[in-house]
Design a protein around this ligand. Structure first.
Ligand SMILES: [Zn+2]
Ligand SMILES: [Zn+2]
Length: 544
């Protein structure tokens, strides 16, 4: 029997399986199930290998019989045969390399097979020898492009990586190498293009070798004395910088960027940590979230995750959430919060189940029971009420008047012109039951641009009515964005940092909402859900 696998090792194998299933085109659903299972295993406090041996692993959320069987195989034999087979078949190192070079997975595997190569070095060698031409279907144009991209460090422009994935990837790599996350994810950028990790080591070889062996890095495309660039299976380049310990702070500051910010500081003195670099420059230390544009001043005391006392936007099984009211509330209490607002969808959303007035009143009983069970923790009765196409709210006034917290949301018609869109939203904000406007710009990063909403007009009505504006912690929303949060705060409009969680795990997205607020220079005083329950601006007034 193999040595006992810890939860992290099991999760890593499940993640690898998910990645390969994606590559093999096995359907997004299966890959997603494995990814979710990996997350569950990673977060489980119980040793999962022991649960597997006791035949109890299906008690964990999201682990069905199929995944349980794979886990049994892994724990008993130390491997998953199908995973090994897939690895041989889809050649992740070639697929990752291909994506970096702008060549699709299947094509790249064909090229690898035709040339008998499987690493970046072998491919480069074959290309230099002019053997690419021998591959059926490769013309001089493709050959030229592949050669150029293999030789030059310049990378094709691509979509950025969403913040949750970027943080998870770099935290895993930095954790394995004992280094620090750098690049765009350290500034909590909405999308990451520059992924970097900085490690301190007098002798760099061990760190560089360890980097090459990481499961997340499928191919190394550049390696120098103190630096390497590897690619993930998605073709994302990740840079490793191995700094001498006496220059760790200097390299970390430089690799955190942005180039405009770092350059404006002038030549960076050598120092072992960032604080010392700043001290030597005579510039106050600056939180990474603010290192976007040149800045040498004293930063404000930014909001911290620990300042948050509750979450004001989440869903339950009443609409499209995965957990019950009690489960969500218990999880929120366990995060140390004082309150949680349950804001399920209304009927107008259509694509997911929505609630009407009767449903909301039945939900009230469940919320009351949760409050009895969890007191003094407080579950707030809320809704995420749609603005209908006619501009009205999707719930009758009487039930809106019973609620503690009303999130106003536009889910359709995001492409409407600026003037009618702004009129519709600001008019809906004037409804006396509304307390907060959800994801105001309606963007879905990489899928839908922000709507044309006139934010100045929205700020004006927000000030007039007391409606707060949300910065939404879903990684593909982050809406309002950092710069928009900053404008709102400058206008004096209160911000709510919420997760819009649809599961217990989703409640952890608070760190993304907080980071986005910090990128908007928010202090705790600017953010509504840092206030204790008694000071929340609940229910503006009952509609009259
Ligand atoms: Zn929504
Ligand atoms: Zn929502």
């Amino acid at each position: 029997m193999p040595a006992t696998l810890d939860n992290a090792a099991i999760a890593e194998r499940l993640d690898a399986f998910a990645g390969l299933l994606d590559l093999a085109g096995s359907g997004r659903y299966t890959a997603r199930a494995y990814r979710r299972a990996a997350e569950t295993v990673r977060e489980s406090r119980a040793p999962v290998a022991a649960l597997v041996r006791e035949g109890r692993v299906q008690e964990l959320r999201g682990i069905g019989p199929g995944i349980a069987a794979r886990l049994r195989e892994l724990v008993e034999t130390g491997a998953i045969a199908e995973l090994d087979e897939l690895e041989r078949e889809v050649r992740p190192e070639l697929v990752g390399l291909g994506r970096l070079l702008g060549i699709g997975p299947q094509r790249m595997v064909d090229i690898g097979r035709a040339l008998g190569v499987s690493t970046a070095d072998e491919l480069r060698q074959a290309a230099r020898e002019g053997r690419l031409k021998d591959v059926p279907g490769i013309g001089p144009k493709t050959e030229e492009r592949v050669l150029a991209r293999l030789e030059s460090p310049e990378r094709p422009r691509r979509r950025g990586l969403l913040l949750n994935r970027a943080r998870a990837l770099l935290e895993e790599i930095a954790g394995a190498l004992g280094g620090e996350v750098a690049g765009d994810p350290r500034r909590w950028a909405d999308e990451s293009f520059e992924l970097a990790v900085v490690v301190a080591a007098a002798r760099p070889k061990a760190a560089l070798d360890a980097f090459e062996r990481l499961p997340a890095i499928v191919a190394v495309v550049e390696r120098e004395a103190r630096r390497a660039v590897g690619v993930t299976v998605e073709g994302l380049p990740v840079e490793l910088i191995v700094a001498p310990p006496s220059r760790f702070g200097t390299e970390l500051l430089r690799a955190t960027g942005t180039p405009a910010y770092a350059e404006a500081l002038g030549p960076l003195p050598a120092a072992a940590d960032e604080e010392a670099v700043y001290a030597a420059l005579g510039v106050p230390w600056c939180p990474p979230e603010l290192r976007e544009e040149p800045f040498r001043g004293t930063p404000p005391q930014l909001l911290e995750l620990a300042d948050v006392r509750g979450d004001l936007h989440c869903h339950t099984t009443w609409s499209d959430g995965k957990a019950s009211v009690l489960e969500m509330a218990t999880a929120a209490r366990d995060l140390g919060y004082e309150y949680l607002a349950v804001c399920d969808h209304t009927r107008n959303v259509r694509v997911v189940p929505g609630l009407d007035a009767d449903d909301l009143r039945r939900q009230a009983e469940e919320i009351a029971a949760a409050n009895d069970a969890l007191a003094p923790f407080r579950v707030l009765r809320g809704t995420e009420v749609d603005i209908r196409s006619d501009g009205g709210l999707d719930l009758p006034d009487d039930v809106l008047g019973e609620l503690d917290w009303v999130q106003l949301s536009l889910h359709a018609g995001q492409r409407e012109a600026r003037e009618p869109l702004t009129r519709k939203v600001t008019e809906a904000m004037r409804h006396p039951a509304v307390t907060c406007l959800s994801h105001p710009r309606g963007r879905l990063i990489n899928h839908r641009p922000p709507n044309a909403l006139d934010l100045e007009a929205v700020f004006e009505v927000a000030l007039e009515t007391g409606v707060a504006l949300e910065t939404n912690g879903l990684a593909n929303r982050l809406d309002l964005s950092g710069p928009e949060v900053r404008l709102a705060i400058e206008a004096g409009v209160p911000i709510v940092a919420s997760t819009d969680a649809h599961s217990i795990r989703g409640l952890k997205n608070m760190r993304l909402a907080i980071a986005t607020a910090r990128r908007g220079w928010a202090t705790a005083a600017d953010v509504v859900n840092t206030r204790p329950l008694a000071e929340l601006p609940l229910r503006r007034r009952a509609p009259g």
